[in-house]
Each structure stands twice: as structure tokens, then as C-alpha cells.
Design a protein around this ligand. Structure first.
Ligand code: PNS
Length: 174
């Protein structure tokens, strides 16, 4: 369902940032729940400098996400190599959406939220608790499962299962 813009004419834009290497069912669940709260949701693939040697390039990750969210009319997909706070400023977004799977996620996410608000004082971070059935799902788990040829259907959207398996195979063979 397309959401109408607000009476004032402004569009309430939020950003869902992440590495998404690759997008998981947990990410998709957060995207769907966040998309109904804002006029526009931008899912943005960014660089996490703590994570090296990704499976997919940022552009490939964004293409996979685009395929998965194709039917969500107010969701856009992008990738950027800038600071998230700066990207939000460029996009006139005032809200970052983050999913929390467990208390252990919170410490790092809180620090990032505070840094992002320091860099861009208009930027608030909203945390959505992960749905219970996805708390164990992460991109790292997906890669580990794919490495051993396990069934990925409980972990990633079905549209991208073949891509993940093919990429892992090309890594193994190459
Ligand atoms: O899915 P991830 O790896 O937890 O996402 C982390 C990500 C990519 C959102 C974060 O590393 C990020 O914002 N990177 C962009 C660079 C930046 O703004 N760094 C400062 C954040 S403290």
C-alpha cells in the first residue's frame, strides 16, 4: 500500500543501514515492519570497516535487496561509501532504523546511535526488536550454512537462494 505524504507536504524518510552480505529473512522482516511506519524507507548498503572480505560486492548486495523488496512501493535501495550521518543529511532523513536481535547487539548499536547523532544532531535511531523466529539469523550464519551446502530457505529470501549458493560455489572453485 502506498502511503500518502503528510499534510505539510514533507516526506518522512527513514534509512535502514547495514552490510547486508547478504540480506536475510531477519532483515526483510525489519524492512517490512519499518516500511509501514514511514513515507519512504531507504535500505542502504554501507561499509562496515570491521568486516573484511565480503561475499558480495556492495553493488551486488544492493541488487539482491532490490529484487527482494521489488513489491514494497515505498522502499528504495541504495549503496554508499560515505559516513551514514552524512548520507542521512544528503537524503533529508531524520531517522535510522536498526534491528536488535539480542541484548548483545545493543552495546554496539547504542554507541553507533550516539556517534551518528553527534555527527548529525537531527538524526535519531529507532530500534525494532527482531521477530523471535529470526533472532538466530545473521548474514554470517547464512554464509556458514552456504559454505557447507545446507538448505538456506529458513535464512534468506527465496529469490536470492540460488545467488548465494552460486557465489559461494564460485568462491570455493575459484
Ligand atoms: O550490518 P552492520 O555491519 O551491523 O552495519 C553497520 C553499518 C554498515 C551500518 C555501519 O558500519 C556504518 O554505519 N557504516 C558506515 C560508516 C559510518 O558511518 N561509520 C560510523 C558509524 S559509528
Amino acid at each position: 500500500m502506498r502511503r500518502a505524504t503528510r499534510g505539510c507536504g514533507c516526506v518522512k524518510t527513514a534509512i535502514y543501514p547495514g552490510s547486508f552480505d547478504p540480506i536475510t529473512l531477519g532483515h526483510l522482516n525489519i524492512i517490512k515492519r519499518a516500511a509501514v511506519c514511514f513515507d519512504k524507507l531507504i535500505v542502504c548498503v554501507l561499509i562496515n570497516s570491521d568486516k573484511h572480505g565480503g561475499l558480495f560486492t556492495p553493488e551486488e548486495r544492493a541488487d539482491l535487496i532490490r529484487r527482494v523488496v521489488a513489491k514494497l512501493p515505498n522502499v528504495e535501495v541504495d549503496c554508499s561509501a560515505t559516513l551514514l550521518a552524512e548520507y542521512a543529511r544528503q537524503k533529508k532523513a531524520c531517522t535510522l532504523v536498526k534491528g536488535l536481535r539480542a541484548v548483545s547487539d545493543y552495546e554496539n548499536e547504542l554507541q553507533m546511535a550516539l556517534i551518528n547523532r553527534k555527527l548529525n544532531p537531527r538524526l535519531e535511531t529507532m530500534f525494532l526488536p527482531s521477530s523471535a523466529k529470526y533472532t538466530y539469523v545473521s548474514s554470517s550464519v547464512v554464509k556458514e550454512m552456504a559454505r557447507y551446502g545446507a538448505d538456506l530457505s529458513d535464512f534468506v529470501p527465496r529469490e536470492i537462494i540460488d545467488d548465494v549458493n552460486a557465489k559461494m560455489k564460485s568462491r570455493r572453485d575459484g
